[in-house]
Design a protein around this ligand. Structure first.
Ligand SMILES: [Zn+2]
Length: 194
């Protein structure tokens, strides 16, 4: 799943109706699993690698696969939830818990939508990867279906969130992000069909 989709989905599912709503821990937790990807892409560009080599070869190489595994670890996310729960009496406890929960939700959303680019979600206990038949982007593996499922979830989550956000700024940010996701879907999924 694409990073902006995780941000919207996790906020819709985890944000609480009363203060503290935990917006920032949820957003940071949703970002952590993909953080290494941004570093990786920056590195690839800096090395002068073509786009195809970055995503088709370098992505699958070591040490990058080992680095991606850390952020995508379900046990690590669960550790955050457990830590947050045991520290809940401290002011920072709930933040750690929600950050961990948001990481786990990101992992669970990725599980059914990654084919051969799947992550090692059980790091450090196992290097096993769940190869889903459906990809969120790869047209050779139902990528159009995967992208459409992702878009549907994002639209429902956005509509739900929009009425619950109190500030005009956050509503605008959500609106702009959703529009960009729809435009990207149109460019990547619909345009090649016409
Ligand atoms: Zn991810």
């Amino acid at each position: 799943m694409n990073t902006p989709s995780h941000l919207i989905l996790n906020l819709a599912l985890l944000r609480r109706p009363v203060a503290p709503v935990m917006t920032w821990p949820i957003l940071i937790g949703a970002l952590i699993p993909d953080a290494a990807l941004f570093l990786f892409y920056g590195w690839g560009r800096q090395q002068g690698l073509p786009e195809q080599t970055i995503w088709g070869e370098a992505y699958y190489s070591q040490p990058w696969q080992a680095i991606f595994a850390v952020g995508n670890s379900i046990p690590l996310g669960l550790l955050g939830v457990a830590l947050g729960y045991s520290l809940r009496r401290f002011w920072f406890g709930p933040s750690i818990g929600f950050l961990g929960a948001s990481m786990v939700l990101h992992h669970l959303a990725d599980l059914p939508l990654h084919h051969d680019d799947a992550h090692q979600h059980l790091w450090p206990f196992s290097a096993v990867r769940f190869i889903s038949p459906i990809s969120y982007w790869d047209v050779d593996h139902f990528g159009r279906l995967g992208a459409t499922i992702e878009l549907g979830l994002v639209l429902v989550a956005s509509a739900y969130l929009l009425r619950r956000l109190s500030s005009r700024l956050s509503q605008a940010l959500l609106g702009i992000t959703t529009v960009l996701i729809v435009v990207a879907y149109g460019a990547l999924v619909l345009a090649p069909l016409t």
